[in-house]
Each structure stands twice: as C-alpha cells, then as structure tokens.
Design a protein around this ligand. Structure first.
Ligand code: HEM
Length: 355
C-alpha cells in the first residue's frame, strides 16, 4: 500500500516537471526571438545618436546672412566702388546716431538757444542805445554789406532746407502729411545742393575779408569777464569787432570748414568716397550745421533786438557815434584819433567818418 502511494507521488512529480518544462520551452521559444528586435533597436539608436549631433538651434540660412552682414568683401562681376560688399552693417550705427543724438541734441541746442534769448529779452531787454548823438561813423562799406546779406540770405535758405531734411520725418510729416512732405523735400534737396556752392563762395570771401577785424586782442579778456556788459549794462572795451563777435567769427571759420568739407563729400559721392566716409561726413555735416544755426540765431538777436543801433550799420553802412562809443570804444578811438585812447569814456568830439 505504502509502495503504491510512493509510486503515485513520484509520477505526479514527473508530470509537474514535464508540464513546467513544456511551459518554459514554449515561453522561451516565443520570447527569445524578440531579443533580436531589442538588440537591433538599441544598436540603431546608438548609431543615430552618434551620427546626429544636437538638433541645430539656428536656421542654417541665418549663418549665410550673418556672413553677408559681416561686410566681408565677396565676389561680384559688377565693377565699382564697394560693389563686392552686399550689406555694410555700419550703416545701422550711422542711422541710430543720426536719428538719435544728432537729431535730438541738435533740436535741444537750437530750441534751447531760442528759449534762452527769449527769456533774456523778456527779463532784461536788449542793450539800449544810451546816447544818440546824430553824428555818423562809417562802419561797413558797400562791398561788406553786399557780402554780408548775400551770405546771410543763403545761410538762412540752406538752414531751412537742410533742417527740413534732418527733422522732416519727425516735424513736417505730422504737419504736411507724407505726400506734402515728399513734395517739399523734393524741392528742398536740389535747392540745398545748388545754393551750397554759392554760399561756400560767399562765406570764404567774407571770412577772408574780415579776418583782420577778428584777431584776438588783450582787452578781449575784459569783454568776456564782463560778459559784454549784457547783464550789467557796463561797456567793456572792444575794437572793430568785440570779443563776442570774434568768437562768432572763429565759430564760422571752424564750423564753416567742417560744414563745407563734409558737404562736399555728400554732394559728390561718385568721386570714390566709401560708404563709411559718407556716413561720417553726414554726421559731421549735421553737427556743424546745428552748431552754426545755434550761433547764427544768437547773432541775429544781437544784431537786431539785442543791440539797438547795430542793424542800421549793416543796412546803411553808418552807425551812430554814440553806439560806436558804447559798443566799440577802442575802434572809435582809432577812427577819431588814429590810435586807441588809454581810457574809453562817453562819446565825444565830432565824428570822423572815413569814406
Ligand atoms: C537775418 C539775419 C542776420 C542779421 C539781422 C544780421 C545782422 C548783422 C549785423 C547788424 C552785423 C553788424 C554788427 C556790428 O556792426 O558789429 C552783422 C555782422 C556780421 N554778420 Fe550778420 N546778420 C544775419 C545773418 C548772418 C549770417 C547767416 C551770417 C553768417 C553765416 C552772418 C555773419 C556775420 C559776420 C561774420 C559779421 C561780422 C561781425 C562778427 O564777426 O560778428 N550774419 N550781422
């Protein structure tokens, strides 16, 4: 009995072992072939990672344009000035300087001068002619006056047309509209270009002809120390030109030279100037024009409302002796006595009007 029980138990074990063996063989037969797929996929993934670096972050065409913008000279069959440089990126810097500091600081300078003169005139009033004698002294001969008004009228036209081009977008487009401004700019540009040549000739002759009036003298320091007497009503010594007029003359010499040379670059681009030179010339031209315009505004005030009796000299050629004594004592002494007098007092003696 016990023998037959042990025989049944061992058969059952054999049967279980057989069943497990079949299950394992069947499972192995199904799973093992799949390892080939896993292996291949792993190898492929590894190869792909090695072959492809990081996904590019930038558009490959961007590199092309970056190279173009580097202003490196390339090849072109078109012959001519800088034709092998497709884009000169420095132009962007020029645009920002012109439309930024030049336009804005320039406007502040010009408007600041107008506001300062207005404030001075309202608070203090211009220099009155204290004692009109009725006696006349010749100051400007006909050629001086023609030269002055010729240059002055041309400068004013050039300032209006030139500043229209500089400030037009900001100031005139809102007033005239785009089409109105385009029509005005189309006229302003050629007028500016042609009159520039006529102005240059007048400026050069005027500055050369009046050079001898504008050589600094020792008493000019005293004139500056008293600020020309414009705030204290004093009358500091002055020769034919006072120290302020001499300073104005030298601003015209240096500012005018910068203006004319830079203008020449802009007027004749085909003479072989590179784009960078034209950009520099444009900035120099704008800055010098704004400095001169500011100085001319002060000059116009001092030649009219700021100094009673000055304008009649530039119109008729003669000034009142009282005005000459008040504003140009050293010069009046030279005219009357042939040499400067030690102390410049009130107007005296009869006028010696040279002819
Ligand atoms: C409407 C505009 C202008 C008026 C009313 C005017 C008025 C005058 C007057 C009255 C004088 C004589 C001053 C004196 O006798 O001491 C004078 C001198 C002079 N003007 Fe004008 N002017 C004008 C525009 C200009 C312009 C645009 C320039 C040059 C760009 C200029 C350059 C000169 C120079 C160089 C002198 C010689 C004295 C000096 O060195 O300041 N003027 N002006």
């Amino acid at each position: 009995m016990s023998e037959s029980r042990s025989g049944t138990g061992s058969r059952a074990r054999h049967l279980r072992a057989l069943l497990w063996s079949i299950v394992l063989i069947a499972a192995g037969a199904m799973v093992l072939p799949l390892t080939a797929y896993v292996w291949t996929a792993a190898v492929q993934a590894q190869e792909t990672t090695a072959a492809q670096p990081a996904t590019p972050k930038t558009n490959p065409r961007a590199d092309y344009w970056r190279e173009v913008r580097s202003a490196e000279a390339g090849y072109t069959a078109v012959r001519g000035q800088e034709t092998n440089v497709l884009i000169q990126s420095r132009g962007e810097v020029w645009r920002e300087v012109r439309n930024g500091p030049v336009m804005i600081l320039g406007a502040l300078m010009v408007v600041g001068m107008i506001v300062a003169l207005l404030a001075y005139h309202l608070l203090k009033g211009g220099a009155k002619l204290e004692h009109r004698t009725g006696r006349k002294v010749l100051r400007w001969v006909v050629s001086d006056r023609v030269l002055h008004w010729y240059t002055a009228v041309l400068f004013i036209i050039l300032a209006i047309t030139g500043l229209s081009l500089l400030w037009g977008r900001a100031v005139l487009i809102p007033i005239l509209g785009k089409e109105g401004f385009a029509a005005w700019a189309g006229l302003a540009k050629p007028v500016h270009d042609y009159l520039a040549l006529a102005f240059t000739a007048g400026l050069v002759v005027m500055l050369l002809k009046w050079f001898h009036h504008n050589i600094p003298a020792s008493y000019d320091r005293e004139w500056f120390r008293q600020a020309g007497g414009y705030f204290s009503n004093s009358h500091p010594p002055a020769g034919f030109a006072n120290a302020g007029e001499k300073a104005y003359y030298w601003v015209l010499v240096f500012g005018g030279t910068a203006l004319v040379i830079s203008g020449f670059y802009l007027l004749f681009p085909n003479l072989g100037f590179e784009r960078a030179a034209m950009q520099n010339a444009n900035i120099v031209h704008g800055v010098s024009a704004l400095v001169l315009t500011t100085a001319v505004i002060a000059h116009i005030y001092l030649g009219t409302l700021g100094s009673e009796g000055a304008l009649e000299g530039m119109i008729s050629g003669e000034v009142d002796e009282g005005w000459a004594r008040q504003h140009h004592s050293v010069w009046l002494d030279e005219v009357q006595h042939g040499r400067p007098q030690p102390a410049a007092g009130a107007a005296r003696g009869s006028a010696a009007a040279p002819t």
